[in-house]
Design a protein around this ligand. Sequence first.
Ligand code: CU
Length: 136
Amino acid sequence: MIKKISILSAVVVVIIVILAFSLTDNSDNKKTDTDDLIVQGDVIMPTKVSRPGCEVKDICYIPSSFVTQKGKPVTWVNHDSAFHSVTSGFYEEPTDLFDSGHLDPFESYSVTFDESGTYDYFCTLHPWMKGQVIVE
Ligand SMILES: [Cu+2]
């Protein structure tokens, strides 16, 4: 009887170990799949910024101020489920230097700056979304 119980518990332990391994494997695979799908960007538009609130902590674009060098492309990626834009200037005062148009979820947009300076930009759909690129 004791032998039966110890064999049974050994089987249970083996099953638990196998389950634990398969669960770990799955989560690893999921992470890799997601990483492949999402374009890596310099600046991201995080989730839930289509409603006001992100401006309080200045996280409508992350980072809200991005420092780069001349001639190096800056890439924005929309990580939100809503449309956003990257448009030069300020809300209702665009400067027409660059404009991504409406970016779909997970779409990216790049701009290469040839002159140093501070470039303010905003989202045409959400007036509270502001960011800037500092080109050195
Ligand atoms: Cu937006």
